[in-house]
Structures are given as structure tokens and as C-alpha cells.
Design a protein around this ligand. Structure first.
Ligand SMILES: Nc1nc2c(ncn2[C@@H]2O[C@H](COP(=O)(O)OP(=O)(O)OP(=O)(O)O)[C@@H](O)[C@H]2O)c(=O)[nH]1
Ligand SMILES: [Mg+2]
Length: 192
């Protein structure tokens, strides 16, 4: 399927505010600053679509985008940013939970993981939560440009072996928003 149209729909602070439609959606979640918004911009070749920042904690709401009037993409706030106030952390955690547990349109969930690190507690904790709520997910490793090409396969497969993969879909992706690697693979998966 060719991408002919892409449009920002709205930002929502809870599920009941999300677009009222039956279209299937693909959501991007992960630690704050892992590169969710950058990846959406890279995939859809529009660097101003989702707001990005060097500072963690940029995305604070549930952001919906529509592709070809056929599917929805969702840019979610990141979890695990230690410098937010208690109140802000609570708000973001509520919003992520509300979205994942109550949004019926959610079709595929992409969990983004920074390929440079061994499993971090914040991510392991989140994966544990996904298992608890029985939510299937696909992993997209990000920032592949930051490590040697020869380390990519080892790093990613080691990671997958170390986590609880009960609800992990078979296919995982390796991406870089800087070099656009992984773009076609991820797009094919979404648009098929
Ligand atoms: N080198 C490199 N930097 C990246 C890549 N993806 C994102 N970044 C950088 O990482 C920082 C965070 O990117 P965002 O896309 O805002 O991250 P996010 O996950 O949406 O963050 P929150 O909205 O705060 O949860 C920015 O400085 C990006 O330029 C990548 O593939 N390679
Ligand atoms: Mg973001």
C-alpha cells in the first residue's frame, strides 16, 4: 500500500477523548527519549509530524495520526523519566495504562528499545506489566546508528533472549531515524 495522505488528528489526555472511529491503530511506546516521535517522523517522511526533543518528556498526550484515511498511528508519552514531578509522572502513567487497557482500536503495539543498552529495569518493569495485562507487542530497536553494524544482530538477539517473551510477537525490527534504516521493513509490516 502506498502512503498517499497523512494527517494529524488530535491529542488526547484520556481514552474517552481519543478519536471516535473503528479504524485499526498502531501505537508506539517506550522509555522517554527512546525515539518514538522521531521514528514516526522518519517512517512517514515528515520531520514535523510528531514533536521531538533532546530533552526527555516531550510527548505528554496521546497523539493520533491518520494514514490514507485507513489506519491510525499513535505517538504515546514515554515512561521512566526520573526528572518529572510526581504529579506529572502519575498523569503519564495513568494515560499509558488507560490507553493500553481501554482503547479497543489498538491493533499492534510497538515497544521501542534503545539498542545500545542491556535490558534496563524500567523496560523490564514495563514488559512485565504488558505480560500482566496480556498485551502482545513487537519490539523496534532504535538508534542503530549509535553502534557498530557488526554488533546489531548480536545485541538485538541477546536482548530478546533476556526478556520475558510470552507476549512478544515473533518479528522484531532494528531502526535508525538518522540513517532511515529499518524504514521499509516496518512500513511493510504496518501497511500490509
Ligand atoms: N542518533 C540517533 N538519535 C535519535 C534517533 N531517534 C531519536 N533520536 C534522538 O533522541 C532524542 C529523543 O527523540 P524523541 O523522538 O523525541 O524521543 P521520544 O521517545 O518521542 O521521547 P518522549 O516524547 O520524551 O517520550 C532526540 O534528540 C532525537 O533526535 C536515532 O535513531 N538515532
Ligand atoms: Mg515523543
Amino acid at each position: 500500500m502506498k502512503i498517499s495522505k497523512i494527517k494529524f488528528l488530535k491529542s488526547s489526555a484520556k481514552v474517552t477523548e481519543c478519536p471516535a472511529t473503528t479504524l485499526k491503530e498502531f501505537a508506539f511506546i517506550g522509555r522517554s527519549n527512546v525515539g518514538k516521535s522521531s521514528l514516526i517522523n522518519m517512517l512517514f517522511a515528515n520531520k514535523n509530524l510528531a514533536k521531538i526533543s533532546k530533552k526527555p518528556g516531550k510527548t505528554k498526550l496521546i497523539n493520533h495520526f491518520m494514514i490514507n484515511d485507513e489506519i491510525l498511528l499513535v505517538d504515546l508519552p514515554g515512561y521512566g523519566y526520573a526528572k518529572l514531578s510526581k504529579g506529572e509522572t502519575k498523569k503519564i502513567n495513568f494515560l499509558i495504562k488507560d490507553y493500553l487497557e481501554n482503547r479497543n482500536n489498538l491493533f499492534k503495539l510497538f515497544l521501542l528499545i534503545d539498542i545500545r543498552h542491556d535490558p534496563l529495569n524500567t523496560d523490564l518493569f514495563f514488559i512485565n506489566y504488558l505480560n500482566e495485562i496480556r498485551k502482545k507487542f513487537n519490539i523496534i530497536f532504535t538508534k542503530a546508528d549509535k553502534i557498530k553494524k557488526t554488533d546489531l544482530v548480536n545485541k538485538s538477539t541477546n536482548y530478546i533472549e533476556k526478556i520475558d517473551s510470552q507476549y512478544l510477537d515473533n518479528k522484531f525490527f532494528i531502526s535508525s531515524s538518522t540513517t532511515k534504516s529499518g524504514r521499509q521493513d516496518i512500513l511493510n509490516f504496518i501497511m500490509k
